[in-house]
Design a protein around this ligand. Structure first.
Ligand SMILES: [Zn+2]
Length: 96
């Protein structure tokens, strides 16, 4: 499955300057992150303690959207929508 990506500037380190008035320049690299299908922002990457990336696909965005979303949207949108769906389903059962 192909995922939409979004370019993010990532600071990878500081290049040491040659003078005390020029202490250093941040080294910035543009990287492609998977794109959140709700807010359009980058999906955060998860790393092991050894610094190896093991997950960059975020969370399942259903029922809000079909696709993947970032952690913030999962907390703010997806989980409340799932709870609402669950509550509605149960209250419909009670009416029968
Ligand atoms: Zn998002």
């Amino acid at each position: 499955m192909k995922h939409d990506t979004v370019d993010v500037a990532v600071v990878t380190g500081i290049k040491h300057g040659d003078h005390f008035l020029n202490p250093g320049i941040p080294e910035i690299k543009r990287e492609k992150f998977n794109k959140c299908c709700i807010c359009g922002g980058p999906i955060e990457r998860k790393y092991t303690p050894d610094g190896e990336m093991y997950w960059d696909l975020g969370e399942n965005a259903e029922p809000v959207q079909v696709g993947r979303c970032c952690g913030a949207c999962n907390m703010m949108e997806v989980i409340p929508a799932r709870l609402a769906e669950f509550v509605n389903r149960n209250s419909q059962k009670e009416k029968k």
